[in-house]
Structures are given as C-alpha cells and as structure tokens.
Design a protein. Structure first.
Length: 290
C-alpha cells in the first residue's frame, strides 16, 4: 500500500505541471483573435494609407468632400433617430413584459424572437410593400381622412428609419427587460408610500435603475445602425446613401480599397469611441459584465 501511495505522490505533481498555466491557457484565444480580428483590421488600415499612394490622402478626401460628409450626416442622423425611437417604444414594451403574467409574456417573447429569426431581406421587402404609395399604410391613412394624398415613405430616409426601427426594436427590448425584471417592485412601492407620484416614481426611481440596460441597448442599436447595409440600400436608394453603402460601392463598384478602408476605419473608430464613452460613464459591470 505504501509503495502505491509513493508512486501516486510522485506522479501527482507531474500531472499538475502538465496543465497549461498563464499564457498557455489564453494562447489559443489570442491566436484566434489575432488571425480573425486584429490582422484584418491592421490590413485594412494599411491599405487605407498605402493605396493608391502612401499618406493620409484617402482620409483627407473622405472628410473634406461635401458629398461624403453628407453621407456621414445621413448615417448618424438615421442611427440616432432609430436609437431614440427604439428606446421610446422599447421601454414601455419591456416594462409591460416585466409586469404581465408569465404565460402572456412568453407569447410576446415568442413573437419578438420570431421577428428576429425571420429573414432580414424578406422583412425589408415587406416594408417596401407596406410603405409604397399604393401600400397598406398609405391606403389606411387616406381612408381615415388623415391625409389627402399618399405620402412618400420609400426611397428616402423616412422609410429607412421606419424599417430599421422595426428591425432594431428587439435589441432594445431584450436588454431592457432583463434589467427591469431584476428591479424589486418593493422599491417602487416604497417610493409611492413616501409620497412620490407616478411620474416621480418613473423619472427618479425606475429610469435611473434601468439606465444601464437602456444604455447597453442604445449603444447596440446605434452601432448596428451605423453599419447597416440591406435596409438602407432597399428603402433609401442612392440619393440617401449611408456609410455602409458607400463602403460597398468603393470596394465592389469602384474597386477602390484605399477609400473603402478609410471609410471602414473611420466607422470602427467611431464605434470604439462610443463604447469607451459608455464604459467611462457606466463601467464594465453596468454594461453587461459582472
């Protein structure tokens, strides 16, 4: 028995030492990130400053042209509107989901998930049918006497905003629901017992407690809207181009990788800056980490 225990004691440290420690544990993940994330970004940056000539000419042309600046303005305006409208609609929906009975909440959740799982192209074409001059929405508005003639809801930024808001809404509702569901109802009851009105309970209790979920969802929607391609290209048209369409045109039509890389890198810098601002304001724990 003692011989067996001695052998076990000698082999145990060997097995323990064979386990990867320190850098060896994270090396596969770092290699994966380097190959599939860091290397493409570096290659894109190099092409943006080396093609067609070495220097920052692509960035100067991109940020100095009134045409390109208009595309940037369209992108940020639409992304901001989509984010604000999604928050205004998504907060009441998330709050309703949090307080409604479990069975009914499960049904509404199924509808939200079904909308997310439906093919994006099919949903965008459906909005094209609904928003056109002879579509259902214009017919309903004319029939109700709210308008005299059909509204122009496609091939402009209005159609892009409507279509993108519908697509982005679940990405606001889901994080908001998770945060609101964790709020103890006793907190709101205590505020009401202390004399707070419904408006004060909303603005001074519920909204501050739900702010991390609102910011996380808003950042997700805004960043996704900045780089969206399918919906703006189908509902907006060439006259109301957004940044993702410009990048695709540079790469596919003009075969200008330098300008395409510069536009993509500007978009990346804006995205990382927004995320850094959110971390600065709310910290890692409030943006989804624990």
């Amino acid at each position: 028995m003692s011989t067996y225990m001695d052998v076990a004691d000698e082999t145990a440290p060997t097995r323990k030492a064979a386990r990867p420690t320190g850098f060896g544990q994270v090396a596969p993940a770092l290699i994966f990130i380097a190959i599939f994330f860091a290397f493409p970004v570096v290659a894109l940056l190099l092409r943006s400053v080396m093609e067609p000539t070495l220097g920052l000419g692509n960035y100067a042309e991109l940020l100095g042209s009134a045409t390109y600046l208009k595309i940037f303005a369209n992108t940020f305006i639409v992304s901001g509107l989509v984010t604000i409208i999604s928050l205004l609609i998504g907060f009441p929906v998330a709050w309703t989901l949090a307080i409604m009975p479990a069975r009914l909440a499960s049904l509404v959740f199924a509808i939200l998930l079904l909308s997310m799982w439906t093919n994006l192209l099919a949903r965008t074409y459906a909005w094209m049918v609904l928003l056109q001059r002879t579509g259902l929405i214009n017919k309903m508005l004319v029939g109700m006497g709210l308008i005299d003639k059909p509204l122009a809801l496609v091939n402009n930024l209005t159609g892009v905003t409507i279509g993108m808001t519908y697509i982005m809404l679940p990405f606001i509702v889901l994080p908001l629901y998770g945060v609101i569901k964790k709020i103890d109802p006793a907190v709101l009851q205590a505020a009401a017992l202390c004399g707070a009105s419904r408006w004060q309970c909303l603005t001074r209790v519920l909204l501050p407690l739900a702010a991390p979920g609102m910011m996380a969802g808003a950042l997700m929607v805004f960043v996704m809207s900045l780089g969206y391609y399918v919906t703006p290209s189908l509902l907006g048209g060439t006259a109301n181009m957004m940044l993702a369409e410009l990048i695709a045109q540079f790469v596919q039509s003009l075969v200008n990788w330098g300008m395409g890389g510069a536009a993509a890198f500007v978009l990346l810098v804006v995205t990382l800056s927004l995320y850094a601002v959110q971390l600065r304001l709310f910290g890692v724990q409030n943006t989804g980490g624990r």
